[in-house]
Design a protein around this ligand. Structure first.
Ligand SMILES: [Zn+2]
Length: 249
């Protein structure tokens, strides 16, 4: 039997191999930047909501949920629904690095608040949601990862700096098979008081890896020129990245 593949909230950028597309907003596209909805020719469009997917349990071999969970009010219900109807899948959202960096730069812009969550995966079986509100955007963990990120963000303008970082740093990508855990937190966690992992550890690791990517050397050198203070922060926290190269290449 042919594989049944569901794409939830694909908007203007659907997966070409989807057999079914679920979309809440088929007209306005307010949350996809006004872009027109596109449905692959082979796929069936169903108007519906991720909170209660109009399918029987186990209807799909694979479920794509790309850039949708950061919009929903109840990600725990949405994740339950995804697991109910599918036996494996892929979740993608903007990373906390991108979300927090952009929002901090410009707290008054309405566009930041259509994304309601920082989404990250502290391990391969768990997806964590922390609220993205004005208050939470300004909050940092007291651990060294949180302090590093706070200083890093204050050293640059993320709106232009984001183009220097690789996609892996700017997106949260999560693959699951049969099931995954979901944790929806009420606020940004302080990992020194609570034994769970804070989001800043992953943000720092992704950022440092991006600044060590030789394929992005040109962009990194441009970044270093634009934001010399950022380089100092890497140095202060003991990171030997390509930003520390002594000569231009
Ligand atoms: Zn922490």
């Amino acid at each position: 039997m042919a594989r049944r593949i569901l794409d939830i909230g694909a908007g203007h950028n659907p997966f070409h191999d989807a057999t079914h597309v679920v979309e809440l907003d088929i007209k306005e596209g307010r949350e996809r930047g006004g872009n027109q909805l596109i449905v692959p020719r082979s796929a069936k469009l169903i108007v519906g909501n991720v909170k209660a997917l109009p399918f029987r349990a186990g209807s799909f071999d694979y479920v794509y949920a790309s850039h949708v969970l950061e919009h929903v009010n109840s990600p725990d219900f949405a994740c339950q629904e995804i697991q109910r109807v599918g036996s494996a899948g892929y979740v993608e959202t903007p990373s906390p690095l991108l979300e927090q960096g952009l929002a901090l730069q410009d707290l008054d812009s309405a566009e930041h608040w259509t994304h309601k969550w920082f989404v990250f995966a502290p391990n391969k079986d768990l997806l964590v949601f922390e609220p993205k509100t004005r208050q939470e955007v300004a909050r940092f963990c007291s651990c060294s990862d949180g302090q590093f990120m706070q200083e890093f963000f204050s050293s640059l303008d993320m709106r232009s700096a984001q183009h220097c970082f690789r996609r892996a740093a700017k997106t949260t990508i999560f693959y699951w098979k049969s099931a995954f855990g979901v944790e929806v937190r009420k606020q940004t966690l302080d990992c020194r008081k609570d034994l769970r992992v804070c989001r800043f550890r992953g943000m720092r690791m992704a950022l440092v890896a991006s600044c060590n990517d030789p394929f992005r050397l040109h962009r990194l050198l441009r970044f270093r020129k634009m934001f010399p203070q950022s380089r100092e922060i890497f140095r202060k926290y003991g990171h030997q990245t390509l930003l520390a190269l002594s000569r231009s290449v």
